[in-house]
Design a protein around this ligand. Structure first.
Ligand code: UDX
Length: 434
């Protein structure tokens, strides 16, 4: 099959490279000339494990191409994927669909022969209808079907998620589109990764419902963590104790500083807005959004408590800045709330992140960025573990202890065991463990 992928952001690039690796001929299109130029030189715009190798391999084998002008690729394509950004619109939290509709117009003018237009971007219910209307209006003669095919890729694990998904959701009732989508995903092991064909609106909603449910699950265990601290219980044992019940499931029950990233915050908010507009509010999701926002803001208080309630003039070392490990993404990271609050309380902040420093420097003022974890903790009064990167799990704790001013650790990801840390002479606090 021939595929044109519009947008070489996170989703577009990973999906494009993976489809090429499935054996299809893929052109990734982006208006950003410098991005395309760098991609052609093998330089990735994002950090994602395995992506650079996968791109290089498929470019070399002649299945993956990059272009600023997508005209040729779109004309030849069996399927054109729209994988452009849908940021939160400033002011009202609705998804901003400007780039999606621009792409739809561009595609409309180029369709040649039966073409499946697929939305990979996360778009509110009804967007597929509007894309269809836009294309039909510009090209009454065109033969096409608009399909919803949401992505469920986790940053840091995106290639594995694409190639071995729990399921692939496809929203369409067009027979020819069903055949094209089946062919595109044919290399999947269908026993483990079934294709689920549903209506287009249903498919659009599944994406939001999945993200909202996962965000709610995390928020639930975060509240349980606070309760554990209050009543003297252990949240990790609670998570295991409930997670072994198959009806609940053990994943996404890891308590922490609140969820961040490019999807959960944006998608929960957009779902709340869609539901209000539809006259059918989703109050659990509304509360999830509120509780999570408040949680991220409350993390600074934990750091302050560890410093005997006074951060003025003290040095706080932050290990990790990204919203989760194995990514350089800072979007809605808890660190973005934590750093300004610590600085406002009079603290000096030193920080290190294995991949996120470049992004973080653009977003965080007043931070002393350091070259490594040991450099970051030098003379610190409090060390805060913000992101559970592997190198922080394997720290030489004796070395760390010899470098800090006070052996105080606030572990927002529960990567160490309280009893071990106490035995080593640290004053250690974590999440939901008395
Ligand atoms: C998420 C979805 O998992 C994915 O299906 C969707 O397509 C995009 O959004 P991603 O944002 O990459 O993926 O990361 P994910 O691993 O889901 O983590 C999201 C946030 O939740 C992170 O801030 C993470 O630290 C937090 N989290 C996750 C927890 O606090 N506890 C958990 O148990 C799991």
């Amino acid at each position: 099959m021939r595929v044109a992928m519009i947008g070489t952001g996170y989703v577009g690039l990973v999906s494009g490279a993976c489809f090429a690796d499935f054996g299809h001929v893929v052109t990734c299109v982006d208006k950003d000339a410098s991005k395309i130029e760098r991609l052609e030189q093998g330089v990735m715009p994002i950090y994602e494990p395995g992506l650079e190798t996968l791109v290089a391999k498929n470019v070399e084998e002649g299945r993956l191409f990059f272009a600023i002008d997508g005209a040729e690729a779109i004309r030849q394509a069996d399927a054109v994927f729209i994988a452009v950004g849908t940021p939160s619109r400033r002011g009202d939290g609705h998804a901003d669909l400007t780039y999606v509709y621009e792409a739809a117009k561009e595609i409309a003018d180029l369709i040649d022969g039966f073409t499946v237009v697929v939305t990979k971007s996360t778009v509110p219910v009804g967007t597929g209808d509007e894309i269809e209307r836009i294309i039909r209006e510009r090209r009454p003669d065109a033969e096409f079907a608009v399909v919803s095919n949401p992505e469920f890729l986790r940053e840091g694990a995106a290639i594995g998620d694409f190639k071995r998904p729990d399921r692939v959701v496809v929203g369409t009732d067009d027979e020819r589109a069903v055949a094209v989508m089946n062919e595109l995903y044919r290399p999947l092991n269908l026993n483990e990764s079934p294709l689920l064909f549903v209506g287009r609106r249903t498919s659009e909603l599944i994406k939001y419902a999945a993200n909202a449910f996962l965000a709610m699950k995390i928020t639930f265990i975060n509240e349980m963590a606070d309760l554990c601290e209050a009543v003297g219980a252990d949240v990790q044992q609670v998570a295991r104790g409930i997670g072994l019940d198959n009806r609940i499931g053990s994943k996404f029950l890891h308590a922490g500083p609140g969820y961040g990233g490019s999807c959960f915050p944006k998608d929960t908010l957009a779902l709340v807005r869609t539901a209000v507009d539809a006259g059918s509010p989703v109050r659990l999701v509304e509360t999830t959004v509120e509780v999570n926002d408040a949680r991220k803001k409350a993390m600074a208080k934990r750091v302050s408590a560890a410093a005997d309630g006074d951060l003025n003039g003290k040095t706080v070392a932050m290990l990790g800045l990204t919203f989760k490990p194995n990514t350089d993404d800072m979007r809605d990271s808890p660190a973005l709330d934590l750093v300004p609050a610590l600085i406002a309380a009079g603290a000096k902040v030193q920080a290190f992140d294995p991949e996120g420093m470049h992004e973080a420097k653009a977003l965080l003022d007043g931070v002393d960025f350091r070259d490594g974890p040991y450099d970051a903790v030098k003379d610190a009064d409090v060390v805060v573990i913000v992101t559970e990167w592997d190198p922080f799990r394997a720290l030489d704790l004796d070395r760390l202890k010899s470098l800090v001013r006070q052996p105080v650790i606030v572990d927002l990801r529960n990567i160490y065991r309280p009893e071990d840390m106490r035995a080593r002479g640290f004053r250690y606090t974590s999440i939901g463990r008395a």
